[in-house]
Design a protein around this ligand. Structure first.
Ligand code: NAD
Ligand code: 6OD
Length: 496
């Protein structure tokens, strides 16, 4: 078991994490503990923003809409966002250590995905905003002089950006960057489980000279706490939220009385379809990634894997052999599978492992808790698990589990595969594995989801629409879609 080196040490060890309001760090009020999921140890405490502090943050954001921020040109805002990206990269190791300490995620993943994507989000939205064109329509008028219509993009106002714990920095910056580039001001609320990288982001905002009140940070829980105070605040104009579908529904209720714009990226119960003509090795490796990445805690993970019958047994055997061989361990140990986010989440995932048995499923591998023989046994580790033999109506096949687990089932025809993949109330993504080009396009198009990957999984181009159909979300983020959500388009009609 390797521990972090001094350079990899958690930057806030033993400290109280502050909120950031109106350009100042605030540490007054109640606190809650921040625990490391590797061993359950409390590593810091976190300042919980009460309704009064949330109100201060929203008022600061509101005032900043009329301050120096409003007078910056788009080019100047973009230059500032690029400075944010540069500074994230300069403080890369601190971001890395903070993210890993909060979430227990693997060093290799945080280094190659989570933190670089945080910086990339700022750069990519700066590029996109500069590339955005304005619509222009010339029109005829009865007097023959004509008129010219053109669109200007104005900020929406104060944006609440609410993120989950599975990609804390990636998903918070995914909302903060486009909101800011469009001239809005932001009150950000990271998950209570993963507050640290957001504090570093607030420091960066201050360091690069983002004016006070433009970016605010409040910590706390959801219902009857910080989150609810934020989403029901009358001066918040728009909410960009990523999290569970049930939370999205609660936020909608809180936001309804003041009719806020909503962008929701919610849960999934994603299918992978593996056809017999697929490149077998690539499909096994890709499915391993799509089931077990980030310990299964990716909204895009495949929890239902449908495999064409002629290769079913061989595929399941290969998948199970690799799952059994996954090395479970802490972030710095070169392991494949880290802990879940918390003991509470592990209890939930374990309850589905039990339910799978009760519902008549066969556990092909895993199904329990590993014994690691040291302090990690106080952490939130769990075995990667494959289940087979469940009916399509089983709760384990219908409900999002959000752990390192999938159900495997055979199919006999393309039509059956498509029908079963779509037989869910969710609609986030799908993965299709085939070497038949026509089938690839035909099946991909029939998936009732926001994204289908063919012969890969979680391959991202930040210009593309990202989001879910059905219960998996409302609207699309990514590229011009985010700029659309965070802007108020206004038409100006000029009589010539
Ligand atoms: P969650 O819904 O429990 O919490 C997400 C955030 O919402 C947290 O910051 C939480 O404090 C806040 N919150 C909770 N209740 C609230 C309320 N009533 N009002 C305001 N804020 C509230 O989600 P989680 O457990 O952090 O993350 C896991 C879930 O997120 C999974 O369902 C997963 O599929 C989903 N997710 C979806 C995407 C996507 O892009 N579609 C991406 C990542 C995660
Ligand atoms: O990569 C992204 O932009 C994104 N929104 C990923 C979401 C992952 C869900 O867990």
């Amino acid at each position: 078991m390797r521990s972090p080196t001094p350079a990899e040490q958690y930057p806030f060890a033993g400290q109280q994490l502050p909120c950031y309001v109106a350009g100042e760090f605030v540490s007054s009020g109640q606190t809650f503990p921040n625990a490391n999921p590797v061993n359950g140890r409390v590593i810091a405490t976190v300042t919980e923003a009460d309704a009064a502090l949330v109100d201060r943050a929203v008022q600061a954001a509101r005032a900043a809409l009329r301050g120096p921020w409003a007078r910056l040109t788009l080019q100047e805002r973009c230059a500032l966002l690029r400075k944010v990206a540069d500074r994230i990269e300069q403080r890369f190791e601190e971001f890395l250590a903070a993210e890993i300490a909060d979430s227990g995620k693997m060093l290799a993943q945080a280094k190659s995905l989570d933190i670089p994507r945080g910086a990339a989000n700022f750069r990519s939205y700066a590029d996109l905003a500069l590339a955005r064109a304005s619509e222009c329509y010339e029109m005829a008028t009865p007097d023959g002089r004509g008129a010219l219509n053109y669109t200007v993009h104005k900020p929406v106002g104060v944006v609440a950006a609410i993120a989950p714990w599975n990609f804390p920095f990636l998903l918070l910056t995914w909302k903060v960057a486009p909101a800011l580039v469009c001239g809005n001001t932001v009150v950000a609320k990271p998950s209570e489980e993963t507050p640290s990288s957001a504090v570093l982001l607030a420091q960066v905002m201050q360091e690069v000279g983002i004016p006070p009140g433009v970016f605010n940070l409040v910590h706390g829980f959801g219902p009857a706490s910080t989150g609810e105070a934020l989403v029901s605040h009358p001066d918040v104009a728009a909410i960009a939220f990523t999290g569970e579908t049930a939370t999205g529904a609660a936020i909608m209720r809180s936001a309804a009385p003041t009719v806020k714009a909503l962008s929701f990226e919610l849960g999934g119960k994603n299918a992978a379809l593996v056809f017999a003509d697929a490149d077998f090795e690539a499909a096994v490796a890709g499915t391993m990634r799509s089931v077990f990445s980030n310990c299964g805690q990716v909204c895009l993970c495949s929890e239902r894997v449908y495999i064409e019958r002629p290769i079913f047994e061989r595929f399941v055997e290969a998948l199970a052999a690799r799952a059994r061989a996954l090395k479970i361990g802490g972030p710095y140990e070169g392991a494949d599978l880290g802990p879940l986010i918390s003991r509470a989440h592990r209890d939930k995932v374990l309850s589905y492992y039990r339910l799978a048995r009760e519902e008549g499923g066969e556990i092909v591998c895993g199904g329990g808790v590993p014994q690691l023989g040291d302090e990690r046994d106080a952490g939130a580790f769990i075995e990667p698990t494959i289940v087979r033999g469940l009916r399509e109506e089983a709760r384990c096949v219908r409900e999002e589990i959000f752990g390192p687990v999938c159900h495997v089932a055979p199919f006999d025809s393309e039509e059956e595969a498509v029908r079963r993949a779509n037989d869910t109330r969710y609609g986030l993504c799908a993965a299709v594995w085939t070497s038949n080009l026509q089938r690839a396009h035909r099946v991909a198009r029939q998936m009732e989801v926001g994204i289908t990957w063919v012969n890969d999984w979680y391959l991202r181009d930040l210009r593309t629409p990202f989001g879910g159909a059905k219960l998996s979300g409302i609207g699309r983020e990514g590229g011009m879609h985010s700029l659309g959500f965070f802007s108020e388009p206004m038409n100006i009609c000029v009589k010539l």
